[in-house]
Design a protein around this ligand. Structure first.
Ligand code: SF4
Length: 231
């Protein structure tokens, strides 16, 4: 479904609201810096492993995978069952092992090696298209790789982020992940994608929780439709 186009005045107001939220969260939690591992392929495999599990479990699965297969070519040549055994602590090991093997095979076939550093410099649409064309890699995984390991201006959605943006009234209830993602990319000030992503997740864990959000303690109340109604 194509999102309805906002008027110029609505767009200006939405941008103002995003600036307000970004600045307030930075004043509350600080400005996060991106010190994640800088290898895009590591990030891609790590993001696949992080699906439907906790950070702790997916980090364990990633470490175990690297220990079992110190280079990615060895993992590509392995049977899915061997990959699954190495990543079992991350859950959904059977499915994820097949995705990982396919991704490694496709990357080698198309690039001739496992170096994805070109994703940092090719046009953003091309980088997204490359990643999402890999079987089992969706827009959210692609956005994580591009933001965290390539420092590109993309904005992965997360359940905390989705909830807060809906409550403050920026993202309509019916919007899909992809529509919300597209909307936010059009509203964010340059170079604030990482900061807002990280700070919204912090805010969602500490204040704007799924149940009983602490609206009376929230620095976003001034711009939050849900908070103002509930107080
Ligand atoms: S005012 Fe309440 S609902 Fe709105 S962002 Fe803050 S905690 Fe969430």
């Amino acid at each position: 479904m194509k999102s309805p186009k906002p008027s110029r005045a609505e767009l200006a107001e939405q941008k103002r609201q995003v600036r307000f939220i970004t600045q307030n969260l930075e004043a509350t939690y600080g400005i996060p810096h991106n010190d994640r591992p800088d290898n895009p392929l590591d990030e891609l495999i790590g993001t696949i492993l992080s699906q439907s599990t906790t950070n702790i479990n997916s980090s364990r699965a990633f470490a175990s995978l690297r220990q079992r297969f110190p280079d990615w070519d060895a993992a590509r040549q392995a049977r899915p069952a061997s990959i699954a055994a190495a990543i079992k602590s991350g859950g959904l090991a059977k499915t994820k092992s097949v995705v990982i093997k396919n991704v490694l095979e496709e990357i080698l076939a198309r690039c001739g090696n496992y170096d994805l550093s070109f994703l940092r410099t090719v046009p953003l649409a091309e980088a997204k298209a490359f990643l999402t064309s890999l079987k089992g890699v969706g827009p959210k995984t692609a956005a994580c790789v591009l933001l965290f390991s390539c420092d590109r201006p993309v904005f992965p959605m997360d359940t905390h982020i989705f909830r807060i943006l809906r409550r403050v009234g920026l993202v309509p209830e019916k919007y899909s992940d992809e529509q919300a993602h597209e909307l936010m990319e059009s509203l964010l000030p340059p170079k604030k994608h990482y900061s807002l992503h990280i700070n919204l997740i912090r805010h969602g864990r500490l204040i704007c929780r799924p149940q009983n959000p602490k609206c009376s303690e929230c620095s976003l109340i001034e711009h939050c439709a849900f908070g103002q109604t509930s107080l």
